[in-house]
Write a protein of this length. Structure first.
Length: 204
């Protein structure tokens, strides 16, 4: 009878492991271009900062021909708003965490990003993510000018031709199990408890 209990226990633990949430060990990034070199007067745009909603902001002086500056907010590469009034920059505006050999580092909310310049002809590599578990975001010959990072780990920078934004997809994924998994887990716990109780009652 003890063997039967052990078999049931191992079966339940295996089932539980299948429905328990897992944590990703590397971040995944989605790339979008905010301003391309082909856009009209694209060189007139500048990276301004991160507003108090966490959106990246670019500014463009003399945008209307009357010496006014326009401020454009972007969410996931898409323009969300524009204004003549500079937005409040309440988020960590890409604090410089420090410098190391061949790297300039930015950070926000426990995440870092830096470009490592390899010796020629090796490609430059952009790393980002939690400092203990970095991911390769991009490799190649590109600039890392005026980089910014928001509290989600999203990165934006001028690569010398375009303003590129890399959206940290993984940071938006929680480890909370799906509702169906929670229901199945609760049903399994109740079923296993009932099984043990019946067996104990039968042999008491």
């Amino acid at each position: 009878m003890k063997r039967l209990y052990l078999i049931a226990l191992f079966a339940f633990l295996a089932w539980f492991n299948d429905f328990s949430p897992s944590v990703a060990h590397a971040d995944t990034y989605q790339s979008v271009t905010i301003h391309g070199a082909g856009a009209a007067n694209s060189n007139d745009y500048f990276l301004y900062g991160i507003d108090n909603k966490g959106d990246f902001v670019t500014d463009r002086p003399n945008c209307d021909g009357r010496d006014d500056t326009c401020y454009y907010s972007f969410i996931s590469g898409d323009r969300s708003s524009s204004s003549f009034t500079p937005p409040a920059l309440d988020y960590d505006n890409s604090t410089v965490c420090g410098t190391r050999d061949f790297a300039v580092e930015i950070c926000n909310a426990g995440r870092v990003a830096f470009i490592a310049n390899g010796p020629a002809p090796s490609a430059d590599t952009l790393y980002s993510g939690p400092s203990s578990d970095l991911s390769i975001v991009k490799s190649g010959d590109f600039g890392f000018i005026h980089p910014l990072m928001d509290s989600n780990g999203d990165i934006v920078f001028d690569d010398g031709n375009n303003f590129e934004e890399y959206i940290d997809v993984t940071s938006r994924l929680g480890v909370t199990p799906e509702p169906t998994s929670i229901v199945l887990l609760g049903t399994g716990l109740l079923g296993f408890a009932g099984f043990v109780r019946r067996k104990l009652s039968k042999h008491s």
